[in-house]
Design a protein around this ligand. Structure first.
Ligand SMILES: Cc1cc2nc3c(=O)[nH]c(=O)nc-3n(C[C@H](O)[C@H](O)[C@H](O)COP(=O)(O)O)c2cc1C
Length: 157
C-alpha cells in the first residue's frame, strides 16, 4: 500500500479541513495517509513515505514561516513527489509557487497544488462579519480538495 505524509500548519483550522479532504480523496485510491499538524505533533521521517503533501495558510501572499522552516530542515528528498495545499482569503499571490520552489531546493518532484478559498475579504478592507482567519470555507471548496486527493492518488499510485 503506498504511503503519503501530509504535514500542515493551520492557525484557525481551515488548512486542516483542506488536509482532511485531500486525505479522504487519497485514501479512496488505496493510499495510507498520515496527517501531521506541525504545531502539536512531531513530524515523522519522510523516508518512510512515497508521497509528501505540505500545507500552509496564505499569510501576506506567503506560506507561513513554520512551514518554510520545516522544509528548510528537511534532508534531500531525492525525487520524492510532493504536492502543496492550503487555504486563503482573497488572493494567494505566489504562495503556492513559493512553497513548491522551496520543496524543489530539496529535490522534490512537483506533484501539483490545491488551494481552497476561505473568507471573502480584501486585505485592508474587512467586511462586517468576515474577519481575518474565521472559518467560512464552503463545501464546494472542500469537494475540490477531495477530488484533488483522488486525482493525485491515481497519478502516483
Ligand atoms: C495575518 C493574516 C494574513 C493573511 N494574509 C492573506 C493573504 O495575503 N492572502 C489571502 O488570500 N488571505 C490571507 N489571509 C487569510 C488566510 O489565508 C485564511 O483565513 C486562511 O483560511 C487561514 O487558514 P487557517 O484556518 O488554516 O489558519 C491572512 C490571514 C491572516 C490572519
Amino acid at each position: 500500500m503506498p504511503r503519503c505524509l501530509m504535514i500542515y500548519y493551520s492557525q484557525s483550522g481551515t488548512t486542516q479541513k483542506v488536509a482532511e479532504h485531500i486525505c479522504k480523496g487519497l485514501k479512496s485510491t488505496g493510499y495510507q495517509v498520515d496527517l501531521c499538524n506541525l504545531e502539536t505533533e512531531k513530524a515523522p521521517d519522510t523516508t518512510q513515505y512515497d508521497l509528501l503533501g505540505i500545507g500552509s495558510p496564505v499569510y501576506f501572499f506567503n506560506p507561513v514561516s513554520d512551514i518554510k522552516r520545516y522544509i528548510n530542515r528537511l534532508p534531500q528528498l531525492n525525487g520524492m513527489p510532493a504536492f502543496v495545499f492550503g487555504a486563503y482569503g482573497t488572493d494567494y499571490g505566489k504562495a503556492p509557487e513559493k512553497l513548491a520552489q522551496l520543496l524543489a531546493t530539496k529535490g522534490a518532484k512537483n506533484a501539483g497544488s490545491c488551494y481552497c478559498r476561505n473568507a471573502n475579504f480584501i486585505i485592508g478592507y474587512i467586511k462586517a462579519g468576515e474577519v481575518l482567519g474565521l472559518d467560512h470555507i464552503k463545501p464546494e471548496e472542500l469537494n475540490k480538495a477531495e477530488t484533488f486527493g483522488s486525482a493525485i492518488g491515481n497519478i502516483f499510485a
